[in-house]
Design a protein around this ligand. Structure first.
Ligand code: BGC
Length: 780
């Protein structure tokens, strides 16, 4: 785990925070871990993302990737078949300091003091370096950077330079790097630049201002060209120079709309406020997010820190003001997957937003609404009806999955996910339904949600074809377990498809009953007839699921049980994924599963598993899972916690946390695994607290790990805010309704009515914990 000890002091007017669970601190200077560190210390606000590269310009050849990303700024290259990817924009944080004509040592190993800090409470990245009290040159440099959560177009950089010695000639240069890369320059002025993308018809503007103060006096810079300012002075003993730079960044999705004036206007607004207010507005916005979404754990400092990091990442990744972007698999923290959006967002992230930040959830789902046409076209192109969402999606919703990649053995591999990984449509529908359940947002349901549910349901009804055995089959797909391609009747896909069709039918019934006018409009707009809906029902009722009624075990797909059964425990301790160990072909002929598949179904639709069969399916598939995806362990952890296997669940929780926080074999240079961060929150709230959504309220069924003395969090339910505290001792459950009408809360199967004036305090008998000591034999 990363160092958790908090910083000792900060300037910039920040109140020191002493609780280490709010910080990530790194004092090591290992150049081999540089790119992982840049990922881990990245800052983002859902619109801008900046990697945590070091403060001073390190020069070429250091492998540093000081990338800034702008959500939605996709472009393709001129190469044939090139797919859209997020463009890197100019690095606005460059600083170069010359002391007596020599560059201030910036190779961290030359410095006696070096510390990077991610202040998660405030959403700020701070660094401190230098050689204090080191004759002949005692210097200390502190930096802060943030991208504002209050006004997402703004970035702020602060640098404090303290020189102990007098009479030193100092040159301080602030500039931008990469002004001419990635984008086509349209206008370049001293403090404003406008670019356009080469092919996607978007434009970008950055306006910036810089200033430097000494003893409260502003020094006049020499403007040396666009975005380049230089200050020179002679030091006095103990003097501190304070540098600030503010940038305003605006994206335009229309080639004929110049974002320059807007960027300039935003910058003017920020300059008028001054950096202190920019900083305090940002801090206040973070304080609001933490108030609504923090999860507190007593008794397990590592778990607390992992949760804080996860919640920090989740709050950083979304932007409730932009309905045309969603969250890529690495958020805005790295290049992997080029900003593309997967099922990760709907299945692993949406629950957090739906329950703690409904505005963000709604916006993310509106992105799916605005890309519904692309999904309809994809379905039609492949010969089906309704909407089939892109497996990988960028700004337009067109399919952006590469058709080939280079495998670990350097061979070209065909990628079938763009054609066959179709469960994405049911995953989007699932998230829409979950948001609708949690929020009761009628405006969204009528304007967008209902149509998504109808069109995805319609897709499945056309996709599942009746055959001579009397069942409807879905052939030629890939389930979440991507080791097996072109399979028939994947249990996850088929059962989710059936759920999706039935939910679409429920939508029809609901619209007819409560909003008949909207129903008539939608029915005529989509050309939905009673006959088609009768067909939907028949399809749903006859879909093959692979459930063996005698054993209660779902066959992951047709023929899975006859594949080679490999004992994964024999491979414990391996450092590479199972498909690398066994080779692709043998993996495909085996029952080795890449990631939760039937277990994912158990997670999403537990009501499909009766009695003992939940545990039986879990055991069967958990022991065959190689966890070849960062998404896998959290699904297992959530399910294990629900089943009462708390030790095993905690093990999955820790392993999931380690993906981005520990320097294990998993590469994080390409960005934070945002789905596993969502999974951490899910394990705590849906797993250990056992939260589930009912049609008329919320249920909890806590199963805390032994070491967790208490778990406390807030969720929102249809506009009301609930605080829930669970204690290990006596299974104490406390709930407060903070405002609004009474709501129904089911605790361990017992229904209670929760009123604002009457908090609930229940001493519950701890539920039987069948296998507290159970461990995964297959953990690697
Ligand atoms: C996983 C997918 C996931 C994608 C992006 C792949 O390795 O198998 O389930 O959506 O990564 O995170």
């Amino acid at each position: 785990m990363a160092d958790v000890s908090g910083p000792t002091s900060f300037e910039f007017g920040l109140e020191p925070t002493t609780d280490p669970a709010w910080f990530l601190v790194d004092r090591r200077c290992d150049p081999l871990r540089q790119s992982s560190r840049e990922t881990r210390f990245a800052i983002s606000n859902g619109f801008l993302g900046v990697r945590g590269s070091q403060a001073l310009n390190p020069g070429a050849g250091t492998g540093i990737q000081p990338h800034t990303y702008v959500a939605g700024l996709f472009d393709t290259s001129s190469a044939e078949g090139s797919l859209p990817g997020l463009v890197h924009v100019a690095d606005w944080l460059q600083v170069r300091i010359l002391l007596r004509g020599c560059s201030l040592a910036h190779h961290a190993d030359e410095l006696s003091l070096h510390r990077l800090t991610l202040d998660m409470r405030r959403g700020a990245f701070l660094t401190e370096c230098g050689q204090p009290n080191a004759p002949p040159l005692g210097v200390r440099l502190r930096t802060l950077r943030l991208v504002s959560l209050h006004q997402r177009a703004l970035g702020l950089q602060m640098v404090e330079l303290e020189i102990e010695d007098p009479e030193i000639e100092v040159e301080f240069e602030a500039s931008f790097e990469g002004l001419s890369t990635g984008l086509v320059s349209e206008r370049l002025e001293q403090d404003l630049a406008v670019w356009r993308t080469e092919r996607s018809g978007k434009r970008l503007a950055i306006a910036a201002s810089s200033s430097l103060q000494m003893d409260g006096q502003e020094l006049t810079p020499e403007a040396k060209g666009p975005f380049r300012w230089v200050w020179n002075w002679t030091s006095k003993r103990g003097q501190i120079a304070c540098f600030q730079r503010i940038v305003a960044i605006r994206r335009s999705d229309r080639a004929d709309l110049d974002p320059g004036p807007e960027a300039r206007g935003t910058l003017e607004y920020a300059r008028h406020l001054g950096w202190r207010d920019v900083l305090s507005n940002h801090e206040a916005a973070w304080a609001r997010r933490w108030r609504d979404s923090d999860v507190e754990i007593e008794g397990d400092a590592d778990a607390q820190q992992a949760l804080r990091f996860a919640i920090y990442q989740l709050n950083s990744a979304a932007n409730p003001d932009d309905e045309h972007v969603s969250i890529g698999a690495r958020g805005l923290t790295g290049d992997d997957y080029r900003g593309h959006v997967f099922w990760d967002t709907e299945i692993f992230l949406l629950p957090f937003y739906s329950l703690t930040w409904p505005e963000a959830a709604r916006t993310l789902l509106m992105y799916r609404f605005f890309t519904l046409d692309a999904a309809r076209k994809k379905a039609a192109r492949m010969g089906w009806r309704g909407a089939l969402y892109a497996w990988e999606s960028a700004d337009t919703g067109d399919e952006t999955t590469p058709e080939q990649v280079i495998g670990p053995d350097r061979k070209v591999i065909e990628v079938w996910s763009g054609r066959q990984e179709q469960h994405i449509s049911a995953d989007v529908a699932y998230a829409v339904w979950q948001y609708w359940q949690a929020s009761g947002d009628v405006g969204f349901f009528l304007a967008a949600g209902a149509e998504i549910l109808l069109e995805t349901g319609r897709f499945w009804a056309s996709r599942a074809q009746p055959e001579a055995d009397g069942y409807c089959h879905i052939r030629g797909v890939i389930g979440p377990d991507e080791y097996h391609e072109n399979i028939d009747d994947n249990a996850f896909t088929n059962v989710m498809a059936r759920w999706n069709i039935r939910q679409a039918l429920d939508v029809v019934a609901l619209l007819r009953a409560r909003w008949p006018e909207r129903w008539s409009q939608l029915a005529s707009h989509l050309g939905l007839s009673d006959m088609e809906m009768t067909e939907w029902r028949t399809t749903a009722d006859t879909i093959a699921t692979g459930l063996n009624p005698e054993t209660g075990i779902f066959e992951q797909f047709a023929g899975f049980f006859s594949l080679e059964d490999i004992n994964l425990a024999d491979y414990a301790g391996r450092s590479v994924p199972m498909d690398v160990v066994l080779g692709r072909e043998r993996t495909q002929r085996s029952q080795v599963v890449k990631q939760a598949d039937v277990v994912a179904l158990l997670c999403l639709l537990p009501e499909e598993f009766h009695g003992q069969s939940a545990g039986d399916n879990f055991h069967y598939y958990e022991s065959r899972c190689g966890h070849g995806s960062s998404l896998s362990r959290s699904m297992h952890g959530l399910t294990a916690a629900r089943l009462g296997y708390c030790d095993m669940a905690l093990q999955f929780f820790q392993q999931t946390a380690a993906i981005d926080l520990a320097d294990t074999h998993v590469a994080i240079a390409g960005g934070v695994h945002i789905a596993s961060q969502g999974g951490i929150w899910l394990m705590a709230v849906f797993g250990f607290a056992g939260l589930s959504l009912l049609t008329d309220g919320i249920a909890i069924n806590p199963q805390l790990p032994k070491a967790w003395l208490s778990l406390c969090f807030r969720v929102q339910w249809r506009g009301q805010c609930l605080k829930i505290k669970l204690e290990q001792a006596n299974g104490l459950v406390e709930c407060w309704l903070e405002a609004g009408e009474p709501i129904s809360l089911v605790v361990r199967g017992q229904r209670h009515e929760l009123h604002v004036s009457r908090p609930l305090h229940l001493v519950t008998r701890p539920a039987a914990k069948p296998d507290q000591g159970l461990e995964s034999k297959n953990a690697s």
